[in-house]
Structure formats: C-alpha cells, structure tokens
Design a protein around this ligand. Structure first.
Ligand code: FCB
Length: 484
C-alpha cells in the first residue's frame, strides 16, 4: 500500500467534521457471534459448533450456543439499533439455519427468522446489508472436503439462489463473503479458526474456491433477487510496512510477498480477472493451481457495486535473515501451529508492532485506514468503497451508576472516522462505515474474553447497556457531525 502525506491534526483526533448527506452509518455483527439458539428451529451444525468443542481451540471452552441470544431477542436488538440512530445494519445469515446439511432441503424456520429481521429493519428505517457467509459452513460440507473442495461452490451457489429468492425483494446490499482470507488461511492453513486444518495447499485451493463461490453467488443472487439490491464482497486488507532485515535487505520484497497472499490473491481475480503472476510463482512449491479451471476467472470477475473494506491495524514484515529466531506475531493466533502464509512462511517474518494496542494486541493506526482507502482508489479508481468493519476491543468496566465509560474505544472510533473523512476529502468514493460491533459477542478463538461492542452484553443476564462509545456513535449517525 502506498504512503500518503498526513494532513491536519496529526493524531487524527478531530471533531466537528461533517459527513456527506448520503453517507451510511451502520453497525455490524455475524450470525455465529451473536445469535445463539444453536440447536433450535432446525438449525444444523456448523464448523464453528464443532471446532469450539475441541479442547484448547477457544478460550475458556466458550461456544456460540447462547452467544448474545440475538435469535430470541431480535425485537429488543432492533429497537436498540433504532434508538442509536443507525442507518444500516450489517448481519450475516447462518447457512445451516437455511440448509441444515448445506445441500438439499430448505428449513423454512431459518428463512422466516431472517425475513423477520429484514422486515424489522425496514420498519425502523434501517437498511439491511446481508452477508451470505461469515464463516459458519454447514458441518456436512466440511466433512465432504470443505472449501478446498470445488463441490462447496456448487452448494454455495444453490444457497445464494435460495436467499436471493427469499430476501432479494428487500435486502439493500448483498455481500457474498466476509473476509475469505480468514476462511482460507486461518481455517485451512494456520488452523486457528474452524475447521482447524493446517494444509498449505488446501488453503490455496480454498482461496480459489471462495473466490469462485463469490462469482457464482453474485450471478445467482442477480438471477433471483426481484428488488434492486447492490452486490458486494468484504475483504480484510493487510496494510503493510516493510523493514530491512539484519543484512539490510528485503523490505519491499517482504511486503510484496505478503501483499500477494493477503490482498492481491483476492482483488486480482475479483476485480482484474487474474491471479497475480508473482503469487503463482511464490506458491509454486506448494501447489500448481490446477484447481483453477477454464472459465473460472470470468465467473469470479463479476462487477460489484461496492467493495467492503475491513480494517483494524497495520502489520510489519521483513525477510527472515535465516539466523535470528523467526518472529511470527501476525496478530492471528500465531500459536495455532500451521501457517497463514503458504509459500512465504519460511521467508517472511512478522515483527511486533509498536503501541498503543487494543485488548487484541492490535496496534492502533488510523493513518493506515486513510492509506488503505487512498491506495484502493488508486488501484481501482471506479470502485465505490464501504468500510464494513472497524472497531476495537478493550476491557470495559461498568461504573457504579451502571453506565459503561469506554474512552479508549470512543477515541479509537474518533480517530478512524477522522481518517475516513480525510479519505473522503481526498476524493475517495467511500459510501459508508460500519462499526464492529453492535454488541459484545463471541470473538472466535477468544470466546467472550474480547469485547468489541458499542453496546455491552452481560453474558450472565444477557442484558444490553449502551456504552459511551455507542452514545457518541449514535449522535454521529443521527447528525452526520462528529461529536466533541
Ligand atoms: C473480523 C471478523 C469479525 C470480528 C472482527 C474483530 O476479522 O470479520 O467477525 O471477529 O474481526
């Protein structure tokens, strides 16, 4: 990613900034992280139900069985969104609620739940932004090979058809996949996410099949949606800094390698219709990419209305000098055993980021968001963008009066909204911004230990309390002016 000149307040702590009239202020969640009701109304098992039950995989043995109980508290949560003043809600659909085994019969109760959710949003003037896949693959599809198997893309296309027909009259924006980087590399390479496999070649096959699933799903959604929805995919971009190694070598080579795996492995086929040559070369010892069939790239390269951008922090890389102990702190549960970087794991090391950090250990770098948005505009000038996730985990405490003061999260949001505003002023076609997350929830391998919500959830009583950051964000969403 290119660097840009910083302007204005150097710490990104502005207030009073005015956002455009049509700018969307939303908040996001994902099905497995909030819904609970894991065994109700015909829902089948997902890979996260299975994975979270393997000892040692999730902090404290936590699972999504109950989560925020959003499934049963839908109306209360919808009212909360309205009270906050959100313009849009980004949620995901649990595939195993719709097709309990991933193929075959439709579970009408699952469709009914999401239909109620969409109607409830529309009644409250909130735009529904629906993601088809935020990581809860039906377990039987994993048993049949998972994302490294091409047949999973057939199943996904059918699922997209079902959802297009069921909700495509009302959904404002369809997002096919959330962060295929995580599904492929953490699920099948590094192993810290479900299904927990550590097979570098399978991870790259998963990359391709996720890309293909996106293309096929966009076609299926277009064919079945009777409204006028927008189409999108959400990627988690890696904003990279390079350092020379002890021999003074390789800063840009390290960045190039990780950029290829993390960013261009997706934007290449999705937005340019080809995998980058250097990615194919870097990974040649891992796979020959023969899973890419004729016609796949055309299928993947569908026009999309908006590109979803998730951003939390930056990463620093350098070429390993082969002598000093290799650092692997890439912020993604490095302890899980496998590698998230097939073909480059023995070559590149991830270097500890200077602070300040959030409770995830992720460095706080609002300038990285500005750089990313400008860089995407430079690479894909005609592609509208949407920040579909940004936010921070901190260890909140409840004050004696019952409120939840969370000045660090509020500061994080202020600084990243300032960054987004700067990108807007520089001419980036940024359509909106979704804070991660509406609710404290099941944070994957970290279970309930990490709180990202602008609304606190007491996991004993399931009571919701709007945090100070939530009040602040609500004011921004209602007025479009960044509060003091
Ligand atoms: C993203 C995920 C989201 C949440 C945030 C913190 O990678 O899409 O579900 O876990 O990170």
């Amino acid at each position: 990613m290119t660097t840009t000149q910083r302007q204005g307040n150097p710490d990104y702590r502005d207030s009073g900034l005015v956002f455009p009239e049509d700018f969307t202020f939303g908040s996001a969640t994902a099905s497995y992280q909030v819904e609970g009701a894991a065994h109700e109304d015909g829902r089948g098992a997902s890979i996260w139900d299975t994975f979270s039950r393997i000892p040692g995989k999730v902090w404290n043995g936590d699972t999504g069985d109950v989560a925020c109980d959003h499934y049963h508290r839908l109306d209360e949560d919808l009212d909360l969104m309205q009270q906050l003043g959100l313009g849009a809600y980004r949620f995901s659909i649990a595939w195993p609620r719709i097709q309990p085994t991933g193929t075959g019969a439709i579970n009408q109760a699952g469709i009914d739940f999401y239909s109620r959710l969409v109607d409830g949003l529309l009644e409250r003037g909130i735009r529904p932004v629906a993601t088809l896949y935020h990581w809860d693959l039906p377990q039987p599809l994993e048993d049949a090979g998972g994302w490294p198997a091409r047949a999973t893309t057939d199943a996904f296309e059918r699922y997209a058809e079902i959802m297009g027909a069921a909700l495509g009259d009302r959904v404002h924006t369809w997002t096919t996949l959330n962060e295929p980087w995580c599904s492929a590399y953490l699920g099948y390479g590094q192993g810290g996410h479900a299904p927990g496999r550590s097979e570098p070649a399978a991870a790259l096959a998963a990359v391709h099949h996720l890309n293909l699933a996106h293309g096929r799903a966009v076609q299926a959604l277009r064919a079945t949606s009777t409204g006028d929805p927008q189409y999108s995919i959400t990627l988690n971009f890696h904003v990279l800094r390079g350092l020379p190694n002890s021999r003074g070598e390789g800063a840009s080579e390290a960045v190039r390698r990780i950029d290829a795996l993390a960013n261009r492995a997706f934007t290449g086929p999705l937005l340019r219709g080809a995998y980058p040559d250097d990615l194919l070369e870097d990974t040649a010892s891992v796979t020959d990419w023969s899973f890419v069939h004729e016609g796949d790239l055309e299928t993947i390269n569908q026009p999309i209305d908006v590109l979803g951008v998730n951003y939390y922090s930056t990463a620093t890389v350098r070429l390993w000098d082969g002598v000093s102990p290799r650092q692997q702190n890439d912020g993604h549960k490095a302890a899980a055993g496998g590698t998230a970087w097939p073909g480059s794991s023995e070559v590149v090391e991830f270097v500890e980021q200077p602070g300040p950090h959030t409770a995830m250990g992720w460095n706080i770098a609002p300038e990285g968001l500005e750089e990313l948005l400008l860089s995407l505009r430079e690479q894909f000038p005609d592609q509208p963008l949407m920040v579909t996730e940004n936010g921070a985990a901190f260890d909140d405490t409840v004050a004696a009066d019952g409120t939840v003061p969370d000045p660090e999260r509020l500061d994080y949001l202020r600084r990243h909204f300032t960054a987004a505003h700067r990108a807007l002023q520089a001419g980036v076609d940024l359509r909106g911004y979704f804070v991660w997350s509406l609710l404290d929830n099941f944070e994957w391998g970290y279970g309930y230990a990490k709180r990202f919500g602008i609304v606190r959830v007491d996991f004993d009583t399931l009571e919701r309390t709007v945090k100070d950051s939530g009040r602040w964000y609500g004011e921004l969403a209602r007025t479009r002016v960044m509060p003091a």
